[in-house]
Design a protein around this ligand. Structure first.
Ligand code: EPZ
Length: 419
């Protein structure tokens, strides 16, 4: 398994460009299942999760061609209804095939995604919503088996604003009979991007980006062209890389509106963020200051930037409090940060982070995608060498991260494991 080796202490300077959003591209590619006609998707990040999604779609009968960041799909010949365990276990977002397969073919058999490092990750709300639209849903032998001659529009109030749950139900409703009103849905920008693509395909959707979405079912969807929005989590990660190293970088392709609460907190820490034509410029003159952060559904502080924020807090002046309200197990980066000298105490969903002047480099292990990013930030600021193992976690969601960081002055390299 590859490792990333970082010699910390170099301030980052220059321009870094954000790739397409992984968590928008995943539902958008899955939406190809909803009907025939050529779908041309641009600005797709070249990361492992999207490669896995492409494999799953091809297995289901979608014609998939990838040329760089362009993915061309044609799904008139989808005939399989099954998303198998050996693929789903490598990428939980495979659950996004459930809604489209069920509403397009009247049946879907999708392996239960199972938990992952950050939590149990149930999908009960996905299934409850589909059942309310008339699906017969059974869960046995590790598989979700859903059937419905044709889904019927319904009013669905979600217990929790689940992101992929919202996306599954929107896609299912596109071809349902009648109107579906979804309430208390997630408002992440990736959902609005999915809705923009579906609307280009002929879907009738109102309220994208709000907590109430109305979908009027249509008989079929046609092909369309779409460019995926920039990745706000990658953008936030680079802004924090500039903040933790005390350099002067510009993050290109970043949409500030998508990171409102994140930027407010980073500015509270004493970092100067200025927006200009090229993107968001990140500078810091004094020490980082401690802050309090609580992760919340959008537009609150995103859980996907929690580990990265914790790295920043680890070297801030004073004591910060970070509360994780979305996933019960999302503190796996803490023991690794301890190895680098960080002073963090966990108390249930709260992490009390006593800032220290400098972290020290150490061998650490990535446990999940965003924890890996937090460890990279810590390594960039630490004294000495940090080697991060199991970087396949990082490769799931960051495109050429070490190359992008090296281009703005980081002393970082990927050490390929000699097999
Ligand atoms: C999406 O996951 C993202 N993944 C995650 O990003 C992100 O962390 C998460 O939303 C929260 O923003 C993709 O979009 C592919 P949820 P998702 O359903 O949809 C509970 C990354 O690093 N819940 O919004 O799986 C659940 O247990 C990944 O890119 C239920 O109880 O998250 C959790 O506590 C990690 N029942 C909370 O809701 C359900 O049926 C949020 O989960 C569904 C969810």
């Amino acid at each position: 398994m590859d490792q990333i080796r970082i010699i910390g202490g170099a301030p980052l300077n220059g321009l870094v460009e954000v790739s397409g959003a992984k968590n928008a591209a995943l539902p958008i590619l899955a939406a190809s299942l909803l009907g025939g006609g050529e779908c041309i998707i641009d600005h797709v990040p070249q990361v492992r999760d999207l490669i896995t999604m492409g494999k799953l779609l091809a297995l289901l009968g979608v014609e998939v061609q990838t040329e760089g960041s362009r993915v061309v799909m044609e799904a008139s010949k989808v005939q399989s209804i099954e998303a198998p365990y050996d693929l789903v276990k490598t990428m939980r977002a495979s659950i996004l095939a459930l809604g489209p397969l069920l509403t397009r073919l009247g049946e879907a058999k999708v392996s239960l995604p199972g938990g992952c490092a950050i939590g149990t990750r149930p999908v009960n709300l996905h299934l409850k919503g589909l059942a309310m639209m008339g699906a017969e849903v059974e869960v046995e032998h590790g598989y979700i088996h859903a059937k419905a001659r044709r889904l019927k529009g319904a009013r669905i109030d979600l217990d929790f604003p689940t992101v992929t749950g919202t996306e599954n139900l929107i896609m299912a409703a596109c071809l349902a009979e009648g109107t579906t009103s979804l309430h208390h849905v997630a408002r992440e920008p990736e959902i609005a991007d999915l809705c923009a693509f579906l609307t280009k395909r002929g879907a009738k959707i109102l309220g994208a980006g709000t907590d109430t979405i109305i979908i009027e079912g249509v008989s079929e969807l046609h092909g369309a062209k779409h460019e995926v929005m920039p990745d706000r989590v990658e953008a936030g990660t680079f802004v924090m890389a500039g903040a933790i190293t005390g350099g002067d970088i510009t993050v290109k392709g970043c949409i500030s509106d998508h990171l409102g609460t994140v930027f407010t907190k980073i500015q509270e820490m004493g970092v100067e963020l200025t927006e200009h034509s090229e993107g968001v410029r990140v500078r810091r003159s004094g020490p980082l200051k401690a802050v309090e952060v609580k992760t919340l559904p959008y537009p609150g502080f995103p859980t996907d930037l929690q580990a990265q924020m914790m790295a920043l807090m680890s070297v801030a002046d004073g004591t910060s409090i970070l509360t994780e309200t979305i996933f019960e197990g999302r503190f796996l980066h803490v023991p690794e940060l301890h190895r680098m000298g960080a002073s963090i105490e966990i108390d249930g969903p709260h992490a009390v982070v006593k800032g220290i002047p400098v972290l020290t480099g150490a061998p650490v292990m990535a446990s999940d995608l965003r924890a890996s990013a937090g460890l990279v930030l810590a390594g960039l600021a630490a004294e000495g060498e940090t080697t991060i193992s199991r970087v396949y976690h990082l490769d799931r969601g960051y495109e050429r991260l070490e190359e992008k960081l090296k281009a703005v002055g980081a002393q970082v390299e990927r050490v390929r494991e000699v097999v």
